[in-house]
Design a protein around this ligand. Sequence first.
Ligand code: AKG
Length: 180
Amino acid sequence: FLPGLDLPVPALPAGLVYTPEFINSTEERCLMAAVEREKWNREISRPRQSHGGRHGPLPDWLAAIARRLADSGHMEEVADKVVVNGYAPGQGIGAHVDDTASCGGEIAIVSLGSLVEMVFAEVAGERKAAQLLEPRSLLMLSGAARYDWSHAISARRSDPVAGMRMARQWRVSLTFRTSV
Ligand code: AKG
């Protein structure tokens, strides 16, 4: 139950595994710098970079994290493609289930730069849940969390944290997937 309130905390979807501090702050700075050296696709509503898959092999700085995700047992296979999403404060991403035709059953999201709340909604039901994604954290989605729940980030400038509002800053997410 939420402290001070008689409201049950909504259960997170099965298959969602959250790991704070998956990378350290030096690695975070190096990854942010590597992202800034790459070209952003700005023809879409939010800046994005695509690596691996049909674009060729992953660059070394992403291949190292893909390898660590497998070596640490978070992913069964080594991810071969990564989408880098950039979010200015106020930007979000609409509710979606990741493409099942082109991506495998495990999705790994590494967050850099800013905290954000990710919201989950059951596709064939009414349940909703939320998970704060802290900078340097890892979010794994598989099973029900991957296929039966959508995920989204609301387009707003702050998020609720411990009864307060935390202003967003520039956030970068690295989403690791496997080709099917
Ligand atoms: C996607 O690229 O499909 C995402 O859901 C990214 C989520 C994030 O930025 O944390």
